[in-house]
Design a protein around this ligand. Structure first.
Ligand code: MG
Length: 262
């Protein structure tokens, strides 16, 4: 009998302890959820600073107009240069990304997934062949073809992505030989790759979205270098807009916005 009473009393106590533990566990879970929510709420999307740049590039009519403007001017300049050219090896050097191909959906994917650029996701994007030609590109390639001018594409895509890029461009109506597109693995600097192209043909003009697509002179003091090279722009250097990424972020961008004093 005593044993039974003792059993009941112990059982009651352990039940109360279990109940307390259950409440305590529940509170811990609530606390954990709250802190998880707080940590998620404060996790900054690394693409947030680029949101409006990406949006402008991808959606603004002004950007489409700028591409047409640059490619129309480049076509006029090329036609006028070819009237005076009597050789047989005229060529044009173009960059690929954000010059020929629109990769802004990749930037949109990074934003939506709060992710940063990695070779892994970039390779997947390139191999998906989902990028489209930028405005004015196909017309300009037709002008080059009509004038007998060879395009050479110098891209910072790695060499193993060149074959998928060639297939992609072909599907978009631009057929090139393997030798007409040079990736960055074997020779990293575009300066050396430009020199290689210049050995095989007479470069009439260069088109890109980064100053480094034109000359190594833009590697330092870029703003001053633009001033010193101002005669080239719109004549043999044709620059396209890229507010999404580029060397400008590493250089001019690090200074932040200049406040007006008034
Ligand atoms: Mg580019």
């Amino acid at each position: 009998m005593n044993f039974h009473r003792e059993y009941l009393s112990t059982h009651k106590v352990s039940g109360a302890i279990e109940e307390n533990m259950r409440i305590s566990n529940y509170k811990w879970c609530q606390l954990l959820t709250f802190f998880l929510f707080l940590s998620c709420a404060h996790k900054e999307n690394p693409q947030r600073p680029f949101y409006y740049g990406n949006l402008y590039y991808q959606q603004a009519g002004e950007v489409k107009a700028l591409y047409h403007q640059v490619y129309n001017l480049a076509a006029d300049s090329l036609k006028s240069k070819m009237k005076k050219y009597h050789g047989t090896k005229a060529c044009v050097i173009l960059d690929a990304d954000e010059t020929i191909l629109d990769n802004s959906p990749y930037q949109g994917w990074l934003y939506r997934n709060s992710d940063v650029y990695t070779d892994r996701t970039w390779d997947r994007w390139v191999r998906s062949k989902a990028g489209v030609l930028l405005p004015g590109v196909s017309g300009f390639f037709q002008v080059m073809k009509d004038l007998g001018v060879s395009p050479f594409i110098l891209t910072n895509r790695r060499s193993y992505l060149i074959d998928p890029t060639l297939d992609h461009l072909k599907a978009l109506g631009i057929s090139l030989e393997r030798s007409q597109i040079i990736g960055r693995d074997k020779i990293h600097s575009k300066k050396e790759r430009r020199a290689l192209v210049r050995k095989t043909c007479d470069v009439q003009l260069l088109i890109g979205d980064n100053l480094s697509d034109f000359s190594h002179e833009f590697s330092d003091n870029r703003v001053d270098a633009v001033q010193e090279n101002k005669e080239h722009f719109g004549r043999d250097y044709f620059i396209l807009p890229n507010p999404m990424y580029g060397d400008w972020i590493k250089h001019e961008g690090r200074n932040g916005l200049l406040p007006g004093n008034f």
